[in-house]
Design a protein around this ligand. Structure first.
Ligand code: ADP
Length: 430
C-alpha cells in the first residue's frame, strides 16, 4: 500500500468512530470477548502464521497468541503493584494574563507529587511569582525545590531550548500561546520528554432558544469581559436560538443586553471597579482583528476603537455582529474586550460552527432542554463545557483542551498525573 491507502485507512477509522463511540460498553465488551474466543479457537493456525513470519519458536509464538493476546488474568503467586513516582525536575512556564494563578497551580501540583520545579514567569509580569516563591521559603519549603529563572523576551527562546534539551529536566508544563506551545512540543519531541500544554482557544458561547436569555447574556458579558477580555475562555457569543424556534428575537435580545451593559461602562465585571479601568489592556493587540472584521462586512454595534481619550492601553468595550468565518475574529483569540455575535439557525449548525476550529479548549452552552444539553455537551469538541454557567474554574475540576488547545489536564487528581510516572512492579513469591 502507499500513502493514499494510509489516507483511506484514516478516513475509514474516522467514519467508523462516528458510530463506534456510541456503541454501549456492554456491546463493545461482548464483541471483544467474542474476538478473544475466536483467537483462542484458531490458536493453532495463528501460531503457525506468527512463527512463520517472525521465525519465533513455536512455543513462544503460541504463548504470544494465546497467553498474551487473549489472557488478562495474573498468575497465582504473582503480585502486580502499581506505584506512582514523581517525574523529577519539572519546568513551569506561564504567561502574563494570570501569572500567579497559572504558575502556582502547576507548582503546587508538581510539589505535591514529589517533583521539584524551575519556574519561568512571564517577562512582563514576574514579580507576583517571585513574591509567591518568597512565601514558599517563608513556609519552609526547602531551598532549591522551587527555582525561578526570570528573563526578558529576547532570552526566552534560548532558555526554553535549554529546558527542553536538558537531560535533567523530566517534564515541561506550559501555559501560553499555541505558537510557543508548538515550539516546545517540537523541542521536547526528540527527547521524548513529558510535556503538558495549556494553550489558547476560542470559547464558543452557544445560546439556544430555550435558554434563559437574560441570564445567558449576563453571564456572557461577565465571561467575555473578565480580565478585560484578555482570557482564552470567552470568544464568540453566537445568538439566534437552536431549532426548532428560528426567529431573530433571541438574537436581538442578547445583543440588546450586551449593548446596554457596554454603554453603562461594562463594569459588570468587577463590582465597584471604576469604569475607566475597564478596557485597560496589557498590550494593544485588538485593533487589527476588529479592522479586519469591519473591512469584511462586520457590523460594530458599540465600541470598535481604541479609547485613546482615556489612555494608550485602553480599548472600548465592543460588540460586533455579522461576523463570518472569513474574518480573523472568527478563529483568533482577541485578547481584548470585544464580543462578537454570530447567528445560527439549527443545533447542528451551531455545533458545527463551535467545532470549526483547530482549537478545543472549551465552550459554553445555554439551554433548558435536558436532552439537548446532554447531546450538545457530548458533541462539542472541547476539554470543558460550561452548561448554563459562566466562567468558573474550580481547582477540583480537571482543566485543559483537546486538538491544538493542548495536552494534559490541570486541577483535580487528574492534574497530578502530568507530574508522575506510573511504575508497574511484578513480584513473584513461593
Ligand atoms: P503570551 O502571548 O501570553 O505572552 P506566549 O506563549 O508568547 O504567550 O508566552 C508565554 C510564556 O512563554 C512567557 O513566559 C514567555 O516568556 C515564554 N516563552 C516565549 N517564547 C518562548 C520559547 N521559545 N521557549 C520557552 N518559553 C517561551
Amino acid at each position: 500500500m502507499d500513502a493514499s491507502d494510509a489516507e483511506l485507512a484514516v478516513e475509514a477509522a474516522c467514519e467508523a468512530f462516528k458510530t463506534w463511540q456510541d456503541v454501549t460498553g456492554e456491546e463493545r465488551g461482548r464483541l471483544l470477548r467474542k474476538w478473544a474466543k475466536l483467537v483462542k479457537e484458531n490458536a493453532e493456525a495463528l501460531t503457525q502464521i506468527l512463527a512463520g513470519e517472525t521465525r519465533k519458536l513455536k512455543n513462544e509464538a503460541k504463548l504470544e497468541e494465546v497467553g498474551l493476546v487473549t489472557s488478562i488474568d495474573p498468575l497465582p503467586g504473582k503480585k502486580l503493584l502499581i506505584e506512582k513516582q514523581p517525574l523529577g525536575v519539572v519546568v513551569v512556564i506561564s504567561p502574563w494574563n494570570f501569572p500567579p494563578m497559572l504558575s502556582s497551580k502547576k507548582v503546587a501540583t508538581a510539589l505535591a507529587a514529589g517533583s521539584t520545579c524551575v519556574v519561568k514567569p512571564p517577562e512582563d509580569a514576574p514579580l507576583s511569582t517571585l513574591s509567591a516563591v518568597q512565601l514558599a521559603q517563608d513556609a519552609r519549603i526547602p531551598k532549591r525545590v522551587i527555582n525561578v529563572v526570570t528573563c526578558d523576551r529576547s532570552n526566552a527562546s534560548q532558555i526554553g531550548k535549554i529546558f527542553c534539551e536538558s537531560k535533567l529536566v523530566a517534564g515541561i508544563s506550559f501555559t501560553g500561546s499555541t505558537a510557543i506551545g508548538k515550539i516546545l512540543h517540537q523541542q521536547c519531541g526528540p527527547h521524548i520528554k513529558r510535556i503538558s500544554l495549556e494553550l489558547g482557544g476560542t470559547f464558543p458561547f452557544l445560546v439556544s432558544n430555550s435558554a434563559n436569555i437574560d441570564e445567558a447574556a449576563q453571564l456572557g458579558i461577565q465571561s467575555k469581559f473578565f480580565n478585560c477580555g484578555q482570557v482564552s475562555i470567552a470568544d464568540i457569543i453566537p445568538g439566534e436560538g437552536l431549532a426548532p424556534l428560528i426567529n431573530s428575537t433571541q438574537f436581538k435580545r442578547v445583543c440588546g443586553i450586551v449593548e446596554d451593559a457596554i454603554s453603562k461602562g461594562a463594569n459588570v465585571i468587577v463590582e465597584g471597579q471604576p469604569a475607566e479601568d475597564v478596557g485597560k489592556l496589557f498590550y494593544q493587540p485588538t485593533c487589527g482583528i476588529v479592522e479586519d472584521a469591519i473591512s469584511k462586512g462586520a457590523n460594530v454595534i458599540v465600541g470598535g476603537q481604541p479609547a485613546e481619550d482615556i489612555g494608550e492601553l485602553f480599548y472600548q468595550p465592543t460588540l460586533i455582529t455579522e461576523v463570518t468565518a472569513e474574518m480573523q475574529i472568527y478563529t483568533e483569540e482577541i485578547f481584548g474586550p470585544v464580543a462578537s455575535v454570530i447567528k445560527f439557525k439549527t443545533e447542528e449548525e451551531g455545533v458545527a460552527m463551535a467545532n470549526d476550529t483547530e482549537k478545543g479548549l472549551g465552550s459554553y452552552f445555554f439551554s433548558q432542554d435536558v436532552s439537548q444539553i446532554f447531546r450538545v455537551s457530548r458533541l462539542l469538541q472541547n476539554g470543558v463545557v460550561w452548561v448554563n454557567e459562566g466562567i468558573f474554574l474550580p481547582n477540583k475540576a480537571p482543566f485543559g483542551g483537546v486538538k491544538e488547545s493542548g495536552i494534559g489536564r490541570e486541577g483535580s487528581h487528574h492534574g497530578i498525573e502530568d507530574f508522575t510516572y506510573i511504575k508497574f512492579i511484578c513480584m513473584y513469591w513461593k
